[in-house]
Design a protein around this ligand. Structure first.
Ligand code: OXD
Ligand code: MN
Length: 602
């Protein structure tokens, strides 16, 4: 870390001066991504209590951060897209006019860094040397944010090399402010490629390379430049014939993307191997061969901790044993972290995520349900050899998944890109602890991008159709649902590694094999089409998992009508056509054709 004098780039210098004039820090430090810088930041954070050292013998390089108790998740109601025209932000975003947003936040930022150090963090999203990659610079007064950005992005020289003399970088301004939710705002200005975030130190609100830049602003840039920025994992699957396939999967927050990105094949399916390219964000571009190529713009994983164990995700569990920042987990007396769903039983005593004494008799959770790990991708044992490939990986199939107890079958296939886009656009999911608000409430989440699309989603759907039209060999599109329950509330599908059985059917379908029956909603596997070798799952359970009950879909169609109306003239016509077609198919599945004939008097 050096003082600002080391900053050579004129555009960055100018912006830093402007921000410093407003925020008035005591010191300005320029981050270079070096090990010495990390050591200094950690030592300072330990001294101030922003970090707590974990047991360095058992977990070298691991630290615990406790956030303010009311700053534990993304705050979507305080997140805005500030475009000149309100309609460009769309009904999917909170909107404020750019000048009003600046006027609202300037007093909050004014003097906010007095008595603090201002860190300037140049970072690269995407592999060095890739046409996919983009540069950002985050200015922050939080050491925890700098340490996290160092894990989640490529900080320092790779960013400056990519930028060269260009002024084309995302300006990401962050201050902890006073951490009050009453003075917390996460403002995006897509027209000037800028983010202003104040009042939160939480990942998605404060690590501005992630949701703010790599999704909200990137989605806007992607629309302009002809690519897609998506809330998707990227998984490599090597089949027993040693052929490599890649799947991109969009799931809402905290619905198992990290687990799926590190899927361990079940023993009953020998010869399969998985590799991890990404667990949260994919940037996808048409390639010259007519296929869709993906890179993961991030350099680390910011995963949900509770439920992570040797049983559910051994790769992640191993990966977080070193050089990992834990946020809001419980602390055992031996200086190691613990959380609900850990392999070890609950400790007799511990400190909970707020540092309060905790015992198994406590009524509250020891770890916060949205506690997180931040860990370098290079520690993932299944990291794909293609992780840094500047060209990305070719995607064979896209899956849209959500957390749904009812109605949605385990898997079904879209008829083509347009129908697949419709399947993504009509995704809904039960809410999780990743955002503040009630958990378990069904909400619309098109393409799992509702909180992350930086512009009007009607235009975004059209953009999906436009990108598809450029692909001579588009990926096939599927919907999946690992979370269907039976009448007594038991999950019907084992999930985790066994999801490979579903992916295998998907790949079979991509290659013209795989048995499916056409239904009103798309092609669904027959009960014996998914390999159940070694799985204790009855025919009846399988039939229940794959059931398409037209009566249940009537409600879904009514909900889709609301979506159509919400976007009015900006909803692309082809998606309306798909909606009408679904309604027609469902109606005729409910009303047998001979009755249709009799009712209409023909
Ligand atoms: C995340 C989220 O942190 O989606 O990835 O909230
Ligand atoms: Mn996410």
């Amino acid at each position: 870390m050096t003082d600002k004098g080391a900053l050579k780039h004129a555009g960055i210098r100018k912006w830093v001066d402007e921000v410093a004039a407003m925020t008035r820090p005591d010191r300005i430090l320029f981050c270079d991504g070096s090990d010495a810088e990390r050591d200094e930041l950690i030592a300072d954070s330990l001294a101030t209590g922003e970090l707590i050292e974990l047991n360095q013998q058992k977990m070298p390089g691991c630290y615990l951060h406790r956030s303010a108790p009311h700053d534990v998740a993304r705050t979507e109601h305080l997140t805005y897209v500030c475009t000149a025209a309100k309609d460009d932000a769309g009904p999917n975003n909170n909107w404020m006019a750019p000048a009003d947003a600046v006027a609202r936040l300037t007093p909050l930022f004014s003097g906010a860094m007095q008595g603090r150090t201002m860190y300037v963090v140049p970072f690269l999203m995407g592999p060095p040397g890739s046409r996919f990659s983009k540069v950002g610079v985050e200015i922050t007064d939080s050491k925890y944010v700098v340490l996290s950005m160092r894990i989640m992005t490529r900080v320092g020289q790779p960013a400056l090399d990519h930028l060269g003399a260009s002024d084309d970088f995302t300006r990401c301004l962050h201050s902890l402010g006073d951490l009050s939710p009453d003075r917390r705002f996460i403002m995006h200005f897509p027209e000037t490629n800028t983010v202003w975030s104040i009042g939160s130190g939480y990942g998605g609100n404060a690590l501005l390379g992630k949701k703010c830049m790599a999704l909200r602003l990137a989605s806007w840039l992607a629309k302009k430049e002809g690519w897609l920025a998506e809330h998707m994992l990227i998984l490599g699957l090597e089949d027993p014939q040693k052929r490599m396939h890649y799947i991109a999967g969009a799931f809402p927050s905290a619905c198992g993307k990290t687990n799926m990105a590190m899927l361990v094949p079940p023993k009953a399916l020998p010869g399969w191997k998985t590799t991890t390219v990404g667990d949260d964000i994919a940037w996808l571009r048409p390639g010259s061969d007519g296929r869709l190529y993906a890179v993961n713009p991030e350099a680390g994983f910011f995963g949900v901790v509770p439920g992570t164990s040797r049983r559910t995700n051994p790769t992640a569990f191993d990966m977080i044993q070193r050089n990992t920042l834990f946020t809001n987990v419980a602390l055992r007396p031996d200086g190691t972290p613990w959380w609900e769903g850990h392999d070890d039983p609950a400790p007799a005593q511990a400190l909970d995520w707020q540092g309060r004494p905790w015992t198994p008799a406590s009524t509250e959770k020891a770890a916060h349900p949205n506690s997180r790990f931040t860990t370098p991708a290079t520690q993932c044992a299944t990291l794909s050899p293609e992780f840094e490939n500047p060209e990305g990986v070719p995607i064979d199939a896209i899956i849209f998944g959500a957390r749904r107890q009812r109605r949605i079958p385990l898997v079904f296939e879209g008829r083509n890109w347009q129908h697949g886009t419709f399947l993504g656009a009509t995704l809904s999911s039960e809410t999780t602890a990743a955002a503040t608000g009630k958990v378990g409430v069904l909400r619309r989440d098109p393409m799992a991008m509702w909180p992350f699309c930086g512009y009007n989603m009607g235009d975004y759907f059209q953009h999906w159709l436009d990108v598809g039209a450029k692909l001579a060999r588009p990926p096939k599109i599927f919907r999946v649902n690992w979370f269907r329950t039976n009448e007594s509330g038991r999950f019907l599908w084992p999930g985790f590694g066994d999801n490979l059985r579903v992916l295998k059917w998907i790949l079979d379908r991509c290659e013209g094999r795989g048995i499916g029956v056409e239904t009103a909603i798309g092609a669904v596997p027959t009960t014996d089409a998914i390999d159940r070798t070694g799985l204790n799952l009855t025919d009846a359970d399988m039939a229940e998992l794959l059931k398409v009950d037209p009566a249940e879909w009537v409600e879904a169609i009514a909900g889709q009508e609301e979506l159509m109306q919400m976007f009015g003239a900006r909803m692309p016509k082809p998606l309306r056509t798909e909606h009408e077609e679904l309604a027609r198919r469902i109606n005729s599945a409910i009303t047998p054709p001979d009755l249709v004939g009799r009712d209409s008097g023909t």
